[in-house]
Design a binder for this molecule. Structure first.
Ligand SMILES: *Cc1c(COP(=O)(O)O)cnc(C)c1O
Length: 358
């Protein structure tokens, strides 16, 4: 399938943000986006990069009623010499197809998907900011567009990819976060869609997030839904605890999102000789490790921040400081290593970097 490109006329192009220190996240998007349409019986057709525009949907479009919607989140990075890189894009592409299968949506050919990412990044390369730690955030999305009410898998879909510049996550150095353990709400259940990047999961997580924010916490730490005993994830990131000499993270058993950053952290830490068990970790064990001083570091991992140190945990009415509220050595080493691989400043022993342009 040949991807057609229709360029935005110069008069229609937007001004690039003047101050890269004020980019923030998710507010500004580039001049173009990728679209591709699916009809049952015909398959995916008309892959196109076109000027960014509003979508037209029938009010009965099925995504609006039954949440048949999935997405991905990844970044393009500008290296010091001007080369452009993606980080492990095939992992995002495959994960989107896993989400698609679970939500009865059509899979996307890996090659077409990768080609669309590369072509969009190259066409809108001027939108990739230059400042240290800045990047182009990329949001592939699939929605059910069939105009019909009644719960059934849609016969029509739109796949699109938008991209926009985002600022450095830590412009003034690490800021350890405060997290709130909820025993009242669940994000995902066994047999559910917790392992998918499906919009519905995030709608279901907002309520607990608001409660946590109201109490002064940045993120919710989710426990398993069955027993509310074991650590699962934090906000939209995976969670790691360094207890003694072991870096412990939850296993992939269908209720947590298999983060690309999670996997990168595991591989890197193991290559440095750190033991990284993927096992269930009970809150009791975390509390015991805080009490006896063996909980050395805690951090969340995800594309947005790479790693985000946790400085405080709220659990059952009490606040517990972690690592004295400071960023741990292993957390910082993982952050620096992954960032340098992403920006082409270090060897890439695992072959994670994909060069898109020189
Ligand atoms: C996206 C996401 C993550 C992190 O995945 P990355 O691929 O590392 O960005 C973790 N948990 C949830 C719930 C997510 O949505």
């Amino acid at each position: 399938m040949e991807i057609k490109i229709v360029q935005a006329p110069p008069a229609q192009r937007k001004a690039k943000p003047a101050d890269e220190s004020k980019l923030g996240f998710g507010k500004i998007f580039s001049d173009h986006f990728f679209t591709m349409t699916y009809h049952t019986g015909r398959g995916w057709h008309d892959p196109l990069i076109e000027p960014y525009r509003k979508l037209q949907l029938d009010p009965t479009a099925m995504c609006l009623h039954y949440a048949q919607e999935i997405f991905e989140g990844m970044k393009a990075y500008r290296g010091k010499g001007g080369a452009l890189f993606l980080f492990r894009p095939l992992e995002n592409i495959r994960r989107m197809n896993v989400s698609a299968e679970r939500l009865c949506m059509p899979r996307i050919d890996e090659e077409v998907f990768l080609e669309a990412l590369k072509k969009l990044v190259i066409l809108d390369r001027e939108w990739i900011p230059h400042g240290s730690g800045t990047s182009l955030y990329i949001r592939p999305t699939m929605i059910a567009t069939e105009a019909a009410l009644g719960v059934h898998p849609s016969d029509e879909y739109l796949f699109f990819i938008i991209a926009g510049p985002v600022g450095a996550y830590y412009p003034e150095g690490f800021g350890p976060t405060k997290i709130f353990v909820t025993e009242e709400f669940s994000r995902a259940v066994p047999g559910g869609t917790g392992y998918c990047k499906a919009g519905g999961n995030y709608a279901a997580s907002l309520y607990a997030g608001q409660i946590a924010k109201g109490m002064g916490y940045t993120q919710v730490l989710w426990l398993d839904a069955a027993e509310r005993k074991y650590v699962e994830e934090v906000g939209t990131s995976n969670m790691f605890f360094l207890i003694g000499d072991e870096l412990i993270t939850a296993p992939l058993q269908g209720t947590i999102l298999p983060g690309v950053t999670r996997d990168s952290v595991i591989q890197l830490a193991r290559s440095w000789g750190v033991t990284v068990p993927e096992r269930r970790l009970a809150m009791d064990e975390v509390m015991a490790a805080i009490a006896d001083g063996t909980l050395r570091e805690a951090f969340a991992s995800g594309t947005a921040a790479v790693v985000s140190p946790v400085g405080q945990i709220y659990y059952r009415g009490n606040e517990y400081p972690i690592a004295g509220g400071k960023t741990g050595n292993l957390t910082e080493r993982l952050y620096n290593e992954i960032l340098q691989i992403q920006y082409g400043e270090k060897d890439d022993p695992f072959g994670w970097r994909v060069k898109v342009a020189d």
